[in-house]
Ligand binder design. Structure first.
Ligand code: FE2
Length: 176
């Protein structure tokens, strides 16, 4: 049995993860439209990961015998000026999600709900990984000298990098 506070936070998080999936799917669509196949693949994979996050929390609530109540999700932004703007928007969103996850960790610890505290640790680690991933991508853009121009070699190379960025992050984690 979860406290009302913890229940509300987790139930909100189900829709927040869906919202993230929705945002990244829209970013994938934008990238497809721009002919940026690597970026499209990157955001599509990322969107699917968010759906897995949603399911994890959904399942936890069900296991705890709590009702899952889905919320309205706003249409995501679909018009971007360039890829750098998209990556920045994604990074900002990850930071927002991190603060939501932290709140769940703080509340469950304060309430001595160690079961939820333990459950949310996976997300704490995941958010660290997500933020590292976007920092790495932004570093890559900087190295390439990509500052948001719409065309050129730097954009081409960044797009190629993004095609494998998820795989790179995962193998770096496995190595470390
Ligand atoms: Fe997530």
């Amino acid at each position: 049995m979860l406290s009302d506070t913890i229940y509300q936070l987790l139930n909100n998080q189900v829709s927040a993860e869906q919202e993230a999936a929705y945002k990244y799917l829209q970013m994938a669509a934008w990238a497809e439209k721009e002919g940026l196949n690597g970026a499209a693949q990157f955001f599509r994979t990322h969107s699917q990961e968010e759906e897995e996050h949603r399911d994890r929390i959904f399942n936890y609530l069900i296991e705890c015998g709590q009702p899952v109540i889905l919320q309205t999700i706003e249409a995501p932004k679909h018009d971007f000026n360039n890829l750098l703007e998209v990556i920045h928007a994604a990074f900002e969103h990850e930071k927002k999600v991190t603060s939501m996850i932290k709140r769940i960790a703080e509340a469950s610890f304060a309430e001595q709900d160690y079961q939820t505290f333990n459950f949310i640790q996976w997300f704490v680690a995941e958010q660290h990984e997500e933020e590292t991933l976007f920092t790495t991508v932004l570093d890559k853009a900087k190295i390439l000298g990509y500052e948001g121009e719409k065309q050129g070699q730097a954009l081409y190379l960044l797009d190629q990098y993004l095609a494998t960025a998820h795989g790179n992050a995962e193998s770096a984690e496995a190595d470390g």
